[in-house]
Design a protein around this ligand. Structure first.
Ligand code: MF3
Ligand code: CO
Ligand code: CO
Length: 293
């Protein structure tokens, strides 16, 4: 049976954040600080605050993923996330980031990234990526997972499994002295071997006091990217892997990115800290949700 494509739904107004909550610099204007160098050496205090932000992002993501089932609207997932984030005294980083209208991103089936929560109801057989970023203790923590809505077909299962493995293999090469191009190399080798393609338009990013900072983190092999990882760097890895073409199109809403062939796409994301001898996953949890439910 042919899958129906995802179409733009109705978007409810952005949710309110209580006045007492500390906001990132773009919350009122929509304009983030210029993309700047990641603090190569975050100090112990910043690391501790990143740990707290990462832990909260994970807590909220877990709550959202637990609510995924057929019939639930993506706007309901946004409501659940927003409510919990403000109860934690934190700010939902996507809200008004370059004008983004909602508090999380929900990307269903052929939506690659930056799907806007709306009144569409999840259907049995869908896959959905939920991407949660919170601003807490002056730092951003960013993570996402793709999960199944009820029973999904074999192709979807394989795509999600391989995308998860791509993230794990990429995290495995994070340690001081390794080059950033080792990340893309690891993702590309695995995705290609399984017959999937890698999105090039969107990358991982430095993260900390700002949502998106240098360095950018490519998920495909870029031989010339020989920048070395240094202890104390914090950045995300967030590969987007497609069943068919790597090409993307952007909807008229200027956010929603879909695959050009409308075949499915999956993504997983963690925020990472380079430690003296390897990596610490700041948004870690138990096993991913698609293996649990
Ligand atoms: N969380 C996304 C990322 O992984 C960014 C979302 S930006 C938004 O980088 F404006 F769309 F929310
Ligand atoms: Co990110
Ligand atoms: Co994210």
């Amino acid at each position: 049976m042919k899958r129906e494509t995802v179409t733009a739904g109705k978007i409810s107004p952005g949710r309110a954040v209580p006045p007492g909550v500390a906001r990132p610099e773009y919350a009122h204007t929509g304009v983030p600080a210029p993309y700047r160098l990641s603090c190569i050496k975050v100090n112990a205090d910043q690391i501790e605050r990143m740990r707290m932000a990462g832990r909260l992002a994970r807590e909220v993501l877990n709550l959202v993923l637990a609510a995924v089932r057929p019939g639930v609207r993506t706007d309901e997932l946004d409501r659940i996330a927003h409510q919990h984030i403000i109860e934690l005294g934190a700010y939902p980083s996507p809200l008004n980031y370059m004008g983004f209208p909602k508090s999380i991103c929900t990307s269903v089936n052929e939506v690659v990234v930056h799907g806007i929560p709306d009144n569409r109801r999840l259907k049995e057989g869908d896959i959905i990526n939920c991407d949660v970023t919170v601003y807490a203790h002056g730092m951003h923590g960013d993570c996402s997972e793709t999960v199944f809505v009820g029973e999904v077909d074999t192709e979807a299962k394989k795509l999600v499994q391989v995308t998860w493995e791509c993230l794990l293999r990429a995290i495995d090469v994070v340690r001081p002295g390794n080059k950033f191009n080792a990340i893309g190399q690891a993702v590309e080798a695995h995705a290609r071997q399984k017959g999937f393609s890698i999105v090039r338009e969107f990358t991982g990013h430095g993260i900390g006091e700002h949502f998106h900072m240098a360095p950018y983190v490519a998920h495909f092999y870029e031989p010339e990217n020989t920048t070395q990882m240094v202890e104390g760097m914090t950045f995300t890895i967030e590969p987007m892997i497609n069943v068919g073409t790597a090409e993307c199109r952007i909807w008229p809403d200027k956010w929603t990115a879909v695959t050009a062939d409308l075949r499915r796409s999956a993504q997983f994301e963690h925020t990472l800290l380079v430690t003296a001898d390897g990596v610490e996953i700041l948004t870690g949890g138990r096993e991913p949700w698609f293996l649990r439910k």
